[in-house]
Structure formats: C-alpha cells, structure tokens
Write a protein that binds this ligand. Structure first.
Ligand code: ADP
Length: 228
C-alpha cells in the first residue's frame, strides 16, 4: 500500500537534526520530521527557586511544550498553556527521565523549552527527539538517548510516522512511542483509537526499528556539532 504522500508503511518522513542552534542556551537542538519542526533549548542544571521546591536528594526536570500561534493549519493557536500542552509537557518529562541521573544535581532544575514553529502531527515525538539531543549538548550526563516516533494504523495497515492527513483519516490509530536507544525500553506510549493486540505488537516493533534510524541522526547531530 502506498500512503497519501507516497511513503512505504515503514518509511519515516525526511528528518533533519541539528545540535547547538541557540547559542545562549546550555544545550539546544532542532529536529525536523516532514513538516513538523521542533526547537529545544536546555537551561541548567541550575539552582531551583523558589527554594521550597528544592529537593536535597535530587534535581528536577521541567519541560515546557509550546506550539507557536501560527504553527497549526491556519487558525491562530491561543498563546499560553492549555490542557493539551500541559499533558504533553508532562509526558515529555516522563519520556526523558529514565535516561537522566538527577541524583547528581541536588536542589537543581533542568529546564527544557520546546517550541514548534510548524506542525504536521508527531510533534510530541519530534519534541522529545530534539530535547534528547539538546540535553546531550548541554552536557547533562545521560545513560542513553531517547528517540520517539508515532506508529499506528492507517487504512487498516500498520504504519510509522503518521502525517496530520493520515491521523485525521477515518479509523486511524495514532500511538506515539519513545524508545531509549540502547536498552530499547519504552518510556512513552500513548494511544488514540482502537487497535487489535497483534497489530499493537507489530506497531511497536516498527517503532523500535524506526527509532534506531532516528538515533543514528541524533548521534550525527551531536557529532557534527563537535566535528568528531
Ligand atoms: P502530536 O503533534 O504529538 O501528534 P496531536 O495528535 O494532539 O499531537 O496533534 C496532531 C496535530 O494536530 C499536531 O501536530 C498539530 O499539527 C495539530 N494540532 C494540534 N493541536 C492543535 C491546535 N490547537 N490548533 C491547530 N492544530 C493543532
């Protein structure tokens, strides 16, 4: 089956990843997948204020997901926080936490700001991919990277990296997943739609394979930054 944009079922959209794009930040990255563009900027580890939020045992990770007002499909997106952006910020934190050792940073915070000038589905996954590169560039000790991609069902077939057009099709199922790149653990799995048990297994396998391709591009972005 060919997909609306001509891709094969296991084919990702074109990806471009870059580290070190925001010089003022401690770490930063862009991650473009098709028409979805994510920028991530990391500040910290730095002292956490107000002080009563500090934990002397370990630091905290704080993610902020934000779609820019013009980043949807034409209608202005109301600036500021929404239920959706709060949820995505939270799941982004949870997807990244397993690879970071916050025990090394008592009383501290690592802030990650993730902004989207343009989206065409898969934005939470693109944000996680960008944030993971930015954390590495910031020098935050990480056990491994995190790669993320949406998998799901389009026209009854298991596919990887759904576009907005595909996500909006009747019967489509959208499953964003994040995979830790060495131990191959799942650190995010959400689902929108109904899927058969055998299909979800197939979809996760497809996602794991795709995440290895993404991992290679994330690694390349970091290496390119340091010319190694
Ligand atoms: P994800 O981007 O992670 O796939 P969703 O499934 O919630 O998350 O959204 C799919 C796509 O729908 C987004 O990438 C974006 O293009 C579009 N979208 C989501 N929320 C809005 C909004 N408030 N206004 C316009 N477009 C939106």
């Amino acid at each position: 089956m060919k997909r609306p944009d001509g891709r094969n079922v296991d084919e990702l959209r074109k990806i471009e990843a870059k580290a070190g794009i925001i010089k003022r930040a401690d770490g930063s990255a862009s991650f473009k997948i098709g028409n979805t563009i994510a920028y991530a900027a990391v500040y910290g580890p730095r002292n956490l204020y107000p002080r009563f939020l500090q934990n002397p045992e370990k630091g905290i990770l704080r993610c902020n997901y934000n779609m820019m007002p013009f980043s949807g499909s034409g209608e202005r997106i109301r600036p500021g926080s929404s239920r959706r952006s709060k949820e995505i910020s939270l799941v982004t934190e949870k997807a990244l936490l397993p690879v970071i050792n916050l025990g090394e940073f008592p009383n501290s915070v690592i802030d990650i700001f993730i902004e989207f000038p343009q989206t065409d589905a898969g934005s939470r996954c693109a944000g996680i991919c960008a944030a993971s590169i930015a954390l590495a560039e910031a020098g935050v000790p990480m056990k491994e990277l995190v790669a993320a991609v949406a998998v799901g069902i389009v026209n009854g077939e298991v596919v990887v990296d759904l576009s907005k057009e595909e996500e909006d099709m009747d019967g489509a199922v959208d499953i964003p997943i994040a995979i830790t790149t060495k131990s191959n653990n799942i650190s995010l799995l959400q689902m929108d739609g109904m899927i058969k048990q055998e299909d979800i297994k197939k979809a996760i396998e497809l996602g794991k394979k795709a995440s290895q391709k993404i991992f290679e591009l994330q690694k390349k972005a970091i290496k390119d930054k340091y010319n190694v």
